[in-house]
Design a protein around this ligand. Structure first.
Ligand SMILES: CC/C=C\C=C\CC(=O)SCCNC(=O)CCNC(=O)[C@H](O)C(C)(C)COP(=O)(O)OP(=O)(O)OC[C@H]1O[C@@H](n2cnc3c(N)ncnc32)[C@H](O)[C@@H]1OP(=O)(O)O
Length: 674
């Protein structure tokens, strides 16, 4: 299970031999112990290299051995013997060094890693803590903050990151064992005291309490998120109706109308949930493409999950009459009010009595759609997020006439589809997209004032978003928002000369996004947006000098002087304006609790889970701080209403900034007064 051989005259090479990933079984530990003893007692051996067979160093403890009766030698004396050895011991790390495998490497005096190696302490993912020295050695080598992060998340890191952290001494692209042997030869006879990690002092941190507090905050945010996720299932409506008092109807057969990207994803999600689906698309070509796409997606999903595909659950039609006998219809046609109104008139005439009519609209007024039907109480929004069969979030939107039973049914169906469903009121953009508006608006204003897309995205990505606002906009398509702005009468042609106006209806407006669209730059789909992607459909964002020139010319045309903008300003302006909008939504009663908003942001908009969500984050930062910063920015930007702190924020601060779960009392008081 571990073999000692001799190489290059004076190097004892110990090879772990426990395929496939050289776990530290009893026999392997025994083998390492005996080989080590032999090598250290052999006067010919001046240094030792430890490596793993078949390109893998060691994946840690043998998980199969876990239990009350572990046999074989304990790991602790084994690692102690390596560290106190009077000959240099070098770990030749390739493949994986995980858990006990990394701890074994940490007891060696030097670590040489191949560039493709992954390292980590994943014990936490198995409900354990590193017990073979990792918690003591790692902080002494790479410091407390980085160690805490690795130990509490179990994250695997690359060799490059390990080198940067000081976890390994050298990274090689060539043969790892050869490199380690050469390295061992070069350090033979050198003093080893400074190489014994356990002898090093733990690095002193002046702000140790703050570091631990930050970790505790993360833990609090994750615990909050856990309960928030469960709380949203206990939905309620301003009328007082709730999950407690409303019964969902069974949905055995559903229809999806319109088989574009969203309709296809919804069809897949329904079929996977075991619901029989009638998929309707009036355009023959689009219908055939959708059928193939849905089939392929279901096949792929079945292969991954090991269950049989649910294609038999779906029938396709190009005739809207096919929806006549379903229990529920989800309309997913183009985002065009007059088209959707017509569809709702037709559905109301065709469907059997009692059929629930749902719209996947992301922004249109649900009441307008409901007013086209004979039974507006049966109309609700089911706002899915793309790709609909993957994304966890579903906003269930109730209009002014939606019945509690209709909401209960949509919530229940969402649950059956594996979604985290949140019931929200019918305001423009509902909850998620409404809050996104000031966030995007601020990012444009920051560009006007001197920032670059890179600077803004970096700040947001370091905060924890998977993508900054510009990268995200490029991914979702810049033309989508442009179409809405044109319909709203906001986007006007800018051209290359003449006056650019930055005011619309008395409030500041940035036409930067419109200018990009006028140049045909719609984001990844056209290969050009805020970044360049090499080709239409390209995924890798690269800085684009064209955008920098555009920003310079734009500022010059408007007489704006670029100023330095730091990450803190980016975060404060983008995040606090988004938070402020969320508080307005609570104040107006379109979301029933801060947890609803937080769950929407974590599961639909990439808000980092360890920061709880925008409402929880605001309470962590301190509501008084958020208020003070918004006041500050609003004073210097009085034409930007989204920076004006809302009544609820002022009221919360005046009430001593209570914790999130107590906000409801204050929201109720404000709503009663309205
Ligand atoms: C005495 C103990 C001293 C100290 C104790 C410290 C605590 C620990 O070490 S806890 C264990 C920590 N390690 C892990 O969590 C690693 C888990 N493994 C992996 O992450 C991956 O397997 C991998 C090492 C990254 C390799 O991935 P891949 O190449 O995709 O192969 P797999 O199919 O996942 O694995 C191949 C084969 O090996 C089995 N296996 C992997 N790790 C372990 C393990 N730690 N214990 C037992 N078995 C392991 C895996 O089940 C596969 O086996 P099959 O029979 O083919 O299913």
């Amino acid at each position: 299970m571990a073999q000692l051989s001799y190489v290059s005259g004076s190097v004892g090479l110990i090879t772990l031999q426990n395929p496939p990933v050289n776990v530290l079984s009893a026999a392997t530990r025994q083998g390492i112990m005996e080989s080590m003893k032999k090598a250290l007692n052999d006067p010919k051996v001046k240094s030792v290299v430890i490596c793993g067979q078949n390109g893998v160093f060691c994946a840690g403890a043998d998980i199969k051995e876990f239990g009350p009766n572990i046999s074989g030698p304990s790991i602790v004396p084994l690692i102690y013997d390596i560290e106190v050895a009077n000959k240099p011991v070098v770990a030749a790390i390739e493949g994986s060094a995980l858990g006990g495998g990394l701890e074994l490497a940490l007891t060696c005096h030097y670590r040489i890693a191949h560039s493709k190696t992954r390292l980590g302490l994943p014990e936490v993912t198995l409900g354990l803590l590193p017990g073979a020295g990792g918690t003591q050695l790692l902080p002494r080598l790479i410091g407390i903050p980085a160690s805490l992060e690795l130990i509490t998340t179990g994250r695997h890191i690359t060799a490059a990151e390990a080198l940067q952290l000081g976890l390994v001494d050298h990274v090689t692209q060539s043969d790892t064992v050869d490199s380690a042997v050469k390295f061992a030869l070069s350090v033979e006879g050198e003093p080893l005291d400074s190489r014994r990690i356990s002898k090093r002092p733990c690095p002193h941190l002046p702000d140790l309490d703050a570091v631990f507090e930050a970790v505790m905050q993360k833990a609090r945010a994750l615990q909050y998120s856990f309960f928030a996720q469960r709380a949203v299932g206990r939905w309620s409506m301003p009328s007082g109706a709730s999950w407690n008092t409303s019964k969902a109807r069974p949905v055995h057969r559903a229809a999806v109308l319109g088989l574009g990207t969203m309709g296809r994803g919804i069809t897949v999600a329904l079929a996977q949930a075991g619901v029989s689906v009638v998929a309707v698309e009036i355009q023959e070509k689009q219908l055939n493409e959708a059928r193939e796409h849905v089939y392929a997606t279901l096949e792929r999903g079945a292969q991954q999950s090991g269950v049989s595909p649910s294609c038999a659950n779906i029938t396709y039609s190009h005739d809207i009459q096919a929806v006549a006998d379903v229990d529920l219809v989800i309309e997913a046609v183009l985002e065009d009010l007059s088209l959707k109104e017509k569809v709702f008139q037709q559905l109301s005439a065709i469907c059997k009595p009692g059929t629930l009519l749902c719209s996947n609209t992301s922004s249109l007024d649900l009441n307008c759609l409901a007013s086209q039907t004979k039974n507006p109480e049966l109309v609700v929004g089911m706002h899915f997020f793309a790709p609909a069969h993957v994304m966890k979030l579903l906003e269930v939107v109730y209009g002014s006439k939606s019945s509690p039973e209709a909401v209960a049914t949509a919530m229940q169906l969402g649950k059956k589809m594996g979604k985290i469903s949140v019931a929200v009121g019918n305001c423009r953009g509902f909850v998620g997209n409404r809050m996104l508006k000031p966030y995007i608006e601020q990012s444009y204003f920051l560009l006007e004032e001197g920032a670059t897309p890179e600077l803004v995205d970096k700040a947001l990505e370091e905060f924890g978003f998977p993508m900054g606002v510009f990268r995200m906009s490029d991914l979702s398509g810049l033309d989508v928002g442009w179409r809405v702005r044109k319909e709203d009468g906001l986007a006007e042609p800018v051209g290359t000369s003449g006056q650019i106006t930055r005011l619309r209806g008395g409030r500041r407006y940035s036409p930067l996004g419109d200018i990009l669209c006028e140049h045909g730059r719609f984001g990844q789909k056209t290969g050009l947006g805020w970044y360049q992607y090499g080709r239409p459909g390209g995924r890798v964002a690269k800085s684009d000098p064209w955008v920098f020139n555009l920003l310079e010319e734009y500022r010059a045309r408007l007489g704006l002087t670029a100023r330095p903008i730091d990450q803190q300003e980016v975060l404060e302006r983008c995040l606090y304006s988004l938070i402020n909008e969320g508080l307005c939504i609570l104040e107006e009663g379109f979301a029933s609790s801060p947890e609803d908003i937080d769950v929407i942001y974590v599961f639909g908009y990439g808000w980092p889970k360890h920061r709880g969500g925008p409402m929880f984050y605001a309470s962590m930062v301190g509501l008084a701080t958020v208020l003070e910063r918004l006041d500050h920015y609003y004073r210097s930007n009085p034409d930007v209403p989204s920076l004006k702190p809302c009544k609820l924020l002022r009221q919360l601060v005046a009430s001593g900034s209570p914790p999130v779960h107590k906000w409801k009392e204050i929201t109720k008081k404000i709503q009663n007064r309205l």
